[in-house]
Design a protein around this ligand. Structure first.
Ligand SMILES: O=c1[nH]c(=O)c2[nH]c(=O)[nH]c2[nH]1
Length: 288
């Protein structure tokens, strides 16, 4: 006998660009929005009765309509608005998960209407609502950082397959992928300010930690976010070790005193970890 297990459905990766026109000074918000709804969905799976199913096409349309009607401020506010709307307006929907990614643009010169896609990281959030409670996880990915010194890696375990030389000075580089959980997602808050604080904390910790391993740097980064952002209770980091290997220039009669590196793209070490407050409230579905 088979039974239906957990399920959800929605529209993935709706690309929406919202232009706000204040005279000649325009603003743009460029988002990728993914919705996932769950609730009384047994019948559609078991008998094909679609009466409880709000089409994914309607979900996509709602994203566009809400961008027009409500504008787009902080992505967390937009995601919460959508999540609450789906649960509050559809009797069969008991849980909504809305994930938003924000692609940054900067002004192109002094023109109010011209923009250049920024090299900045992608800002992310996932908001969830179940009719009573809400959960918000914010984050970013592809924040690429590099230290040219103050990084060592030695004293590691060795076996018959270990060839890695110990180093007292190396390049440390990574593309930060991080999410942080807000302890209280119900209270209205300045998500933009909290984002900038968390980002600044991550960058500061990466720069000023004298690193004996990327693991140690990861912990320092997570700890710094908790110290700087009182509303954040848990930080999850995924840090690819973007290895920079010193090139042997001896065959060409050239010294290489930490000046020329081969930036390898794969394979790469992947260091992942969570840093959380001792008294962090239960995460519920926040990470799902
Ligand atoms: O910071 C590091 N952590 C590791 O676990 C590791 N492993 C490795 O080969 N190089 C590194 N560097």
């Amino acid at each position: 006998m088979a039974v239906l297990g957990p399920n959800r459905y929605g529209k993935a990766e709706t690309r929406v660009v919202r232009v706000t026109r204040h005279g000649d000074a325009h603003r743009i918000k460029d988002l990728t929005v993914s919705t996932a709804l769950s609730g009384d969905m047994a019948e559609v799976h078991l008998s094909g009765d679609n009466s409880a199913v709000l089409p994914t096409d309607s979900q996509k349309n709602t994203v566009f309509a809400f961008a027009k009607k409500h504008g787009v401020g902080a992505i967390e506010d937009f995601a919460l608005l959508l999540a609450r709307h789906f649960v509050d307006s559809q009797p069969a929907i008991h849980h909504a998960r809305v994930a938003v990614e924000e692609h940054a643009w900067e002004r192109n010169g002094a023109f109010g209407h011209s923009f250049v896609r920024s090299g900045r990281e992608v800002r992310t959030c996932v908001a969830q609502h179940d009719g009573t409670r809400s959960w918000v996880v914010s984050g970013l990915r592809d924040l690429v950082v590099l230290n040219t010194t103050n990084s060592e890696f030695w004293g590691f375990a060795k076996d018959e397959y270990t060839t890695l030389p110990e180093t007292r000075d190396r390049v440390l580089a990574t593309a930060v992928d991080v999410s942080w959980r807000h302890a209280d997602a119900e209270a209205p808050q300045d998500w933009d300010k909290s984002y900038e604080k968390a980002r600044a904390a991550l960058l500061a910790a990466f720069a000023d930690t004298y690193s004996l391993s990327l693991q140690q740097t990861l912990y320092a980064m997570g700890t710094r976010v908790l110290a700087e952002c009182p509303g954040v209770c848990e930080v999850r980091l995924s840090l690819p070790n973007r290895h920079h290997f010193l090139v042997d220039l001896a065959p060409f009669g050239l010294p290489n005193d930490g000046e020329v590196f081969f930036a390898a793209d794969r394979p790469y070490g992947l260091i992942e970890g969570t840093v959380l407050r001792e008294d962090a409230p239960d995460a519920g579905p926040a990470w799902e």
